[in-house]
Design a protein around this ligand. Structure first.
Ligand code: GDP
Ligand code: IMO
Ligand code: MG
Length: 429
């Protein structure tokens, strides 16, 4: 029996959605444990693309999908996603899609505060997705949050909204110079969502515990990436949740002894959306070529993703922080056609080589990447399904990643489609 956590190792958008969709075939339950609709996870099956922001990427494989207590959920977005999925013939009924009663709810004031704060910060903004993620987690930590259990009790919900909105409206108007919000219409709107969502709301910890007892397997789907983690990322240019594997337990309600493997998804190069340090970022035509060939635009906000070389300082940091047992390399096909490839093996700071990712942003910004150069390959590789058929230089690139990260690669993705994959070891076998 295997219960596996999948996390992003870089700054998000590594291709987690594709790999969760692929491996969900072997799982019974897929659960998301953190984040909200800041995530955009893309699945491509038989040429059809589907992007989910809240619903776990196991839904296409018809698995039971759980929205964990560690998530922050915008009910309007969730219902829109339900509509979109059911219009595509996918079952999102209460038997298939369950929401933790303890998950926190993103309210209109969270979005309004997120947007107004970013606007006020101007140049110093984080570059958030504007979905209200930070303000919602902030209320959770200060114990003013609203959870699904509260939403399902109209009296409690109305009272909570009335109390909270007094303070939020004061802050919106007086500090952020933004529009205030009306408690009654907000309450009515959300109680409407509650009626539809009520049958989905359960204690997901019990659902998972019963499944494990029955010998079923669980796949934990991370969102964002390790370097967007609130504790371990490039703070303050991070998201507001713990994205590392340890949070799978807390954000889903399961003990650590149940986890049998942790897979880190690695894009074959590096990308980042929004602001914040990025030592291997490219500002030249190679960066543009990768951006174009990789179609690097955000799946949530449509923003152009910043692109750069693979950074193994990041990857080693991820391997340690997540306890990675295996790696999956995605988008290897995108690097085809480049004469040579660079891998960052360390940073130079004050004439010394640094191998560990610095916490101090001033130091990180002053770090210059130290590169190793490897020859590239010109062949298109998206049709290849066996590792031995890859060009030798592609194999050398993968070998070097394994050496530098001291972690084995078990899957190689050579295109966005579910089938465009070289499966070396099935983590569920
Ligand atoms: P996630 O947030 O980690 O799930 O990643 P996104 O879905 O935001 O971004 C990954 C993008 O790369 C999506 O458009 C995927 O369809 C695409 N993709 C995933 N794997 C591959 C691959 O191996 N090759 C190519 N060319 N595209 C890929
Ligand atoms: P997936 O799951 C890439 C980034 C935002 C911003 C920072 C904070 O698709 O990999 P937030 O709205 O979370 O407060 O924004 O985090 N960010 C992501 N970048 N992929 C994501 O998710 C992201 N979710 C948030 O761009 O820089
Ligand atoms: Mg994404």
């Amino acid at each position: 029996m295997s219960n596996i956590v999948i996390v992003g190792t870089q700054w998000g958008d590594e291709g987690k959605g594709k790999i969760v969709d692929l491996l969900a075939e072997y799982a019974d339950i897929v659960v998301r444990f953190q984040g909200g609709n800041n995530a955009g996870h893309t699945m491509v099956v038989n040429g059809e693309q589907l992007i989910t922001h809240l619903v776990p990427s196991g839904i296409l494989q018809k698995k039971t999908c759980l929205i964990g207590n560690g998530m922050v959920v915008d009910p309007a977005v969730l219902l829109k996603e339900f509509d979109n999925l059911s219009n595509n013939g996918i079952d999102v009924g209460p038997d298939k899609l369950k929401v933790s009663e303890k998950a926190h709810i993103i309210m209109p004031y969270h979005k309004a505060i997120d947007l107004a704060r970013e606007k006020m910060k101007g140049d110093k903004k984080i570059g958030t997705t504007g979905r209200g993620i930070g303000p919602c987690y902030e209320d959770k930590a200060t114990r003013r949050g609203i959870r699904f259990v509260d939403l399902l009790d109209p009296e409690v919900f109305r009272e909570k909204v009335n109390i909270i909105l007094e303070e939020k409206n004061f802050y919106l108007k007086r500090y952020l110079s933004a529009e205030t919000l009306d408690p009654d219409s907000m309450t009515d709107q959300y109680l409407g969502y509650a009626e539809i969502l009520a049958p989905h709301v359960v204690n997901i910890s019990i659902v998972m515990s019963q499944a494990i007892k029955a010998g079923q397997q669980i796949l934990f789907e991370g969102a964002q990436g390790t370097h967007l983690d609130i504790d371990h990322g490039t703070y303050p240019y991070v998201t507001s949740s713990n994205t590392v594997s340890g949070n799978a337990c807390c954000g889903a309600g399961i003990g650590p002894k149940e986890i049998t493997g942790v897979i880190g998804i690695v894009k074959a190069y590096t990308t980042r959306v929004g602001k914040g340090p990025f030592p291997t970022e490219l500002f030249d035509e190679t960066g543009d070529a990768i951006q174009k060939k990789g179609a690097e635009f955000g799946a949530t906000t449509g923003r152009r993703r910043r692109c750069g070389w693979l950074d193994t300082v990041l990857l080693r940091n991820s391997a340690r922080l997540n306890g990675l047992t295996d790696l999956v390399i995605t988008k290897l096909d995108v690097l085809g056609g480049l004469k040579s490839l660079k891998i960052c093996t360390g940073y130079e700071y004050n004439s010394k080589i640094v191998h560990d990712f610095p916490a101090n942003l001033k130091i990180l910004e002053a770090c210059k990447p130290v590169y190793e150069t490897l020859p590239g390959w010109s062949e298109e590789i998206s049709d290849i399904r066996k590792i031995e058929d890859l060009p030798q230089n592609a194999k050398n690139y993968l070998d070097r990643i394994e050496e530098l990260t001291e972690t084995p690669i078990n899957i190689i993705s050579v295109g966005p489609g579910r089938n465009e994959t070289i499966l070396l070891i099935n983590p569920f076998s």
